[in-house]
Design a protein around this ligand. Sequence first.
Ligand SMILES: [Zn+2]
Ligand SMILES: [Zn+2]
Length: 295
Amino acid sequence: MGGFSWLEEGWLRLATSVSPFTLHTLFTFLIHEVAYWGTYVPYALMDRSAYFRKWKIQEHTYGYGSGSRHAKRLPGHDRMKMWRCVGYVAANHLFLVLPLILVTHPLFEMLGTTHSLPLPTVWEFGTQIFFCLLVEDVFFYFGHRLLHTPWLYRHVHSVHHQHTAPFGAAAEFAHPLEVVFLGLSTVAGPIIVGPHLFTLWGYLFLRCWQTVDCHSGYDGPWSLNRWVPIYGGARQHDHHHKTFSGNYASIFLHMDWFFGTDWAWRQSSARQRRQGVLQTEKAAEGEQQVPVSGS
Ligand SMILES: [Zn+2]
Ligand SMILES: [Zn+2]
């Protein structure tokens, strides 16, 4: 990280204040937790505000049990659903994600994941994370399609699909077997690359934010999918939860496009766009019919 000496100084201070084992395992878990819950907090606040409802993709979410955009407060049973989800995910993190980090630690040590200085260059940091995200997307796509075969769906993946209109915390609401199975797609890229610990944390943070974002249920002006054409985002994954099929990739659009599994979503998006244009045209016609007075 040329030009970021303050970052290297901070990293050195951190790396020398705890044991290498703690840094590589417990701190990696901490990064995962901070990224997951930290990026959920803004969405949780948005769920409680009527202002953001205009960007909600599906109205009938846990936050708006009545389906009304004007409902002021969360209905009690929906709040229960949210807390049940938070508890379930927290248990998954503590009893599955943490042990998985501990178990895979020797493997990453063997692959050369180090915490020593110098920190990776900006180029190395960026390209390795992008590569890991691409690899994750490919593995996730095939793994997710497999989870949609009848037996695996009934016994494993149906847990994640309990939320037909997802919200941020529901991103990792999944059967323990699914957490382990799809977790393999998350570690596939780092296993190939053997990144510096700093890069691994950057990748983990981005992946956690990304999965919370695409389950948030919001498609607003801040949404990355409006700015980055290859990114799927919440609009794409919401459709998967709503219809239970298609849009199997986790991050990008190209896998579903290549295998034609985004067909239903594209049809539905085109239909929505047409309806939007029709409504705008009707509104414009209505305005033209209003007589101009006083001139
Ligand atoms: Zn699914
Ligand atoms: Zn999902």
